[in-house]
Design a protein around this ligand. Sequence first.
Ligand code: NAD
Ligand code: LMR
Length: 329
Amino acid sequence: MTTPVHVTVTGAAGQIGYQLLFRIASGQLLGPDTPVVLRLLEIEPAMKALEGVVMELDDCAFPLLSGIEYTSDLATAFSGTSWSLLVGSIPRKAGMERGDLLSVNGGIFQPQGRAIAENAASDVRVLVVGNPCNTNCLIARSHAPEVPADRWFAMTRLDQNRAETQIAKKVGTGVAGVKNLAIWGNHSATQFPDFANATVDGRPVPAAVADDEWLRTSFITTVQKRGAAIIEARGASSAASAANAAIDTVVSLRTATPADDCVSVSVTSHGEYGVPEGLTFGFPITADGQGGWRVKEGFAVDEFAAERIKITTDELLAERDEVRALGLI
Ligand code: NAD
Ligand code: LMR
């Protein structure tokens, strides 16, 4: 048996936590040969609920689950962790944009970044899910300069999955046929789901869809506003699909990306495609299967795409200014 890998989930008693923990414990995050220790963080008022979740995890008798620590103490939660899934934070309500949560949630990520730097394993990787996830990731990273910039991720995979499904439905094919679909920028209503570089069943999406008007309008807005549509319909933000996207993100980062595909995830910009350095920005990336990844080169950026990438870049710059003004970075 290999040594167990410690995985931290914050906000573990929340909606997404409840959809995520059982999948991690059953081996869907790190594979069927890797035992895990779950390190679960919650705030004090939620500890009782978390105790119930832990009882249920015990009652599943997962063979790969070799330990559970649950706590409200940051050092314990991040001790020896190799994967930190930062979910805990407040979701938005109907009528809000995700950026409206910055002043509410931003303060959570400062101490968590520090605690990761001080307590995590040397190979730690961090995926921020709590909104606004790009800028929360920037906050946490800026308080953990010891952890290399290429270990910090914010989740735009749910947007990729949403976009793939919209295209597959429009063409009348399966989602497995949709490849190379990049989400550029912020996990927000300004994100740009890039149809032009994507393929479906080996053909460029614009040719397969044959409806440019749809691609340039309702396709984009459906993906941009899908989170709000779910809140409107369900009265609560997406949870099962968000947990699924978190699993997809980690699995994709651990697995070599096929040459005809990419993974959409927000990472630290080093100026790729002209994006300002230091932003946590949604890019198409490829993983090498050994823990490394790089921003995929060669995506065509026409005038239409450049305009949209600028809009989402400007929003992330404004969020960075806001958290600077709040003293969070
Ligand atoms: P939820 O309210 O059901 O659960 C959040 C949990 O976080 C609660 O149990 C709460 O007690 C806990 N929490 C709050 N502050 C904490 C702290 N300082 N430390 C640890 N835990 C803390 O919310 P949810 O539906 O699970 O959503 C969680 C977050 O994920 C929200 O910000 C939501 O907007 C975001 N989200 C992001 C995506 C994405 O694609 N990036 C998708 C869905 C939801
Ligand atoms: C989503 O995309 O479903 C989440 O970010 C929740 C939200 O507030 O939209």
